[in-house]
Design a protein around this ligand. Sequence first.
Ligand SMILES: Cc1cc2nc3c(=O)[nH]c(=O)nc-3n(C[C@H](O)[C@H](O)[C@H](O)COP(=O)(O)OP(=O)(O)OC[C@H]3O[C@@H](n4cnc5c(N)ncnc54)[C@H](O)[C@@H]3O)c2cc1C
Length: 601
Amino acid sequence: MSDSIIDTTKMSEGQRAALELAESSRDTRELSGFAASIFDGAPDFSTIFPFPVQPEDDRKKGNVFLQKLRTFLSGKTDPDAIDREGEIPDSVFEGLAEMGAFGIKIPQKYGGLGLSQTNYSRAAMVLGGHCGNLTALLSAHQSIGLPQPLLVFGTDAQKEKYLPQCAKGGVSAFALTEKEVGSDPARMKTEAVLSEDGTHYTLSGEKLWCTNSLKAFALIVMARTATPEKPRATTAFIVEMNQPGVEIVTRCHFMGLKALYNGVVRFTDVKVPVENVVGDVGKGLKVALTTLNTGRITLPAACVGLLDRSLEMALAWSSTRVQWGQEIGKHAAIAGKLADLAADKFATESLVLYTSALVDADKNADIRMEAAMAKLWGTEAGWKGADSTMQIKGGRGYETADSLRNRGETPDPIERLLRDCRINTIFEGSTEIMHLFIAREALDPHLRRGAAVLDSRKDFAIRAQTAISAGFFYSLWYPKKYLPTTSGLPNDLDTELARALRKVSSLSRKLARTILHSMARYGSALEKKQLLLARLVDIATELLTISLSASRAYALGDKESLETARYIARRGITRCKTLFSENGKAPDGAGYRLAQSLMGK
Ligand SMILES: Cc1cc2nc3c(=O)[nH]c(=O)nc-3n(C[C@H](O)[C@H](O)[C@H](O)COP(=O)(O)OP(=O)(O)OC[C@H]3O[C@@H](n4cnc5c(N)ncnc54)[C@H](O)[C@@H]3O)c2cc1C
């Protein structure tokens, strides 16, 4: 029997395999932190007030690098040319390597800059508003390529061997996806078999869409290392690209990110020494998921840059373009988009800076929820922001920067930025998978207490015992979810924000009650109610976003930040009310049946 907390006996073989693998790779620590407390209906604002301020010496160190990066990007790179030609010039690789951009977080003893997570996120913000291709190059290398997993799981020997090369500009990559393996790693075919003498693994298989692989000197590769006891075990390996048997089959091309060095990589009987196993044998997916926990902050950070640049272009155009007798920014339809852009930028930045600060305060901090929520919210906001900037710019938004330049107009690159950012809601955990991931974590405390009651695999006595102790727990927990208390708000908080955060508290209690009601109503079938779960996750994410934006605005104290945070709060609370009102009323079931009948199922 699987040790999964969830009863999988009524699932199909494929569903069971996917779920059991996901369960066995989960971080099993009990959730903590502000995001988790929102789901529990007990947000303690003292954990986010005061908003964590980057220490001055850390900020100064970051500023030195960011200044170099900005100067280099604006003087020595042409993102439109990179997009047009689909290539990043060697001089750009060299310039970035020289300033240390390939080793931002790698400790100085391995030749890196040794900068903090906050400074790394700030660098992603600078890159994200400038060039998607360079953002993807540096992020795939550092956030999911060799540096991040080695910093967390690598042995000293692995760090000494590979990190200096990474820091110097040796590009790395991460290979998990296969033709049959997108969001579901249980279908993985790439396999590594241990040699009889135990010195190496023989790796065979094919990986799809491996970003940076065409330029990489080494990859982190996920492969099956099945044993009779653990038939679905996966392991993470460092694989050097110059090894015999490693081959790039083809370069892949996309709607945007035209200069992504992304390819299909084939491994034919590649000998990988056992020293190249990263983390424990059989725990590859755990390495991947843990890497992604921190790695995931980079995408929303890049979206902050994207939103900042979009807002700049949108404001410039809205305040000068006159149609129907006034600047278009004075038409309410456009003004609403400008407000949303500013709000989304501020909110995403608040999510990213808060989560980065958690990592800087404690490298082992549990940021599962915060990072996933930042990824979910920030990448959706980035895409919507680019889309509305294109709308604000009208026909010029749809025109390429080159064409605008040829006609003597300001070459705003929103057409390129929009193409480049579309992928952000798909990779490193799609929006749908983020909803499921966050929902699973949110339900965990309840599942720990009560899942055994519904688990048909368990003895009656165990189920009855669980029911009694869960019943006792909930008899104390449940009434508290009706008590109108709010804790941890500073006394001198702006009146409107204080009122908004009291509302956040009450919506959080309603969320906790709704989660419990839904579990009681649907039991193990709740897992199938994806649209309901997504709404609950979206409510929690809005509440997190409102709270962090308010806390940051309070710390900054300026009029514009406070006004922006008030707008974020009003908009977010309205959204939450709408989402709550859809529960039980939205035609989820009818939609599901329609889709099945359209598919002939
Ligand atoms: C430009 C680009 C760069 C990439 N770089 C890398 C890389 O460097 N390394 C790497 O390993 N991979 C990389 N990928 C792969 C990327 O991570 C995957 O595309 C992503 O994981 C989704 O997998 P998929 O495309 O196969 O979609 P699928 O998993 O087939 O999903 C298709 C759709 O179904 C949804 N879906 C899937 N399962 C569920 C479910 N259980 N419930 C609800 N909805 C579901 C998804 O959200 C998605 O909308 C890259 C992809 C692209 C396009």
